[in-house]
Design a protein around this ligand. Sequence first.
Ligand code: PEP
Ligand code: MG
Length: 582
Amino acid sequence: IFSLIYNLILHINHYCVLGMICILDTGKELHMQIFNGKGVFGGIAIGKISLYRRKEKKIKRNHIDDIPAELDRFEEAKRTAIKQLQELYNKALAEVGEANAAIFEVHQMMLEDEDYLDSITNIIKTQSVNAEYAVGTTGDNFAQIFSSMEDAYMKERAADVKDISERILTVLSGGSQQVINTNEPVIVLADDLAPSETVQLDKDKVLAFVTQLGSTNSHTAILARTMNIPALISVNMELSEEYDGVLAVVDGYTGSIYVDPDEDTLTKMKKKQAEDLEKKALLEQLKGKENITLDGKKINIYANIGNSNDIANVLKNDAGGIGLFRSEFLYLEKSDYPTEEEQFSIYKTVAENMAGKKVIIRTLDIGADKQIDYFNLEHEDNPAMGYRAIRICLDRKELFKTQLRALYRASAYGKISIMFPMIISVTEVKEIKAIVEEVKAELKNQGIPYSDVELGIMIETPAAVMISDLLAKEVDFFSIGTNDLTQYALAIDRQNPRLDKIYDSHHKGILRMIKMVADNAHANGIWMGICGELAADLSLTETFLSMGIDELSVSPSLILGLRKKVRETNVDEVKTKILKDI
Ligand code: PEP
Ligand code: MG
């Protein structure tokens, strides 16, 4: 099993549960019931529920006389299973992309694993038993070993081992894995769905997924997002037969499912659905289009996210990458420091889901308004100017190194860039780079793979703006944090509602700073962007384009609107006047 574990470590984090599917056909009258879960992909679906339950497979233990023939039978079944997986991989590759298809490659690899195969053939030989029994027993044994492991990634591999074993069992029994058995599109209600089950479903027949289990990063969720299907997970709903065939409404935005909706609810939800579709249709037209001005200037439009759950929206809105992943939310959501492993798994998932597009992850930026109990930070009179962000990281090097290790490890799975917040000096950047080198050296010594990572800094203090020519020589990119830059440049607490009226990001002081940073970046051959809220301000899009800003990173839902604005702008026409006025 150790070679299998090792191979899995090198492979991609995927989840699987298995089993065959059956549809029960009852359909009783109910009164409206509302169940809640977590929406992992927005949208409204209205249709009948189709209940899925796994058939219990009883494996018999039979005595076998002709051992070589039984071994051949197993070999043949294994070959068929591998062929099926190859076909599934190709199907998934075409439909949902490489990152999501990779699970089937992992399963093929597991099916060829020596330890796994040895265990099966040994049981057949030493116990003179049928292949089904040997496969079932090996699957159970291996799954148990995996699920008893501490590491979350390894724990989840238990389901994969079961999935591959189930596949061979299905082949041995002469069956094929079932697909949806209905003519009309349905809301699929299941305890959980394995990726292999999900991609085998006829997409035209699935209106939504509703599962009792599943995590936001499970493949069901990932595939649902990529397939553009509303999906709810962790729904507090029994898999009761009485729901099968009953009309329901799934609201992927609120995470609710209305079973047997009353007239009022149905009318309301139909309206919500129509509005949603209308909005989507309008924006859809911009998907796949370039962020290019009328006179041919291009700009990158990326997304800001707070955790990996946001990826659904990122993909839905066709972001060119992730311009700001506020990693502190991982810390904020927890009651204790997230481990290297936990962080690694999240960064890796994000990198994989973005499938080669740039993912800029900002290192921990706590302090000020983002306080975390377990950090035990002392009370400060002026926390916005206090012990926060990179200051904490440089002070608590181990904490910083844990995050950097997780980030570098994840870099082997996608295109990760790292960005450091609240920089005020070249000395800080040099110190950071020295720590980064230590981390890289450690990983190298341990034989842990990592890729080239762009290192950038947030420009969000006036000091950083003023020395941006010097800082540009130290890093690969800049991203301007206009939220903090405005508060520090104007001396206006961004948290204070009384000062909201004068918190003016359009202030010439701010615009000049942005221009200065852009000029210094470009003079030194690096790219620069804006990831503060101002990036999405459409009244400044022409200004940013005139300054030659390379990237704007905004909330996922604002991407297509911004793309529209960019495509309507003629920079040459407005540039001279705009720059003169700043
Ligand atoms: C900013 O300061 O503009 C920024 C993007 O970071 P945050 O809002 O997380 O401080
Ligand atoms: Mg900031």
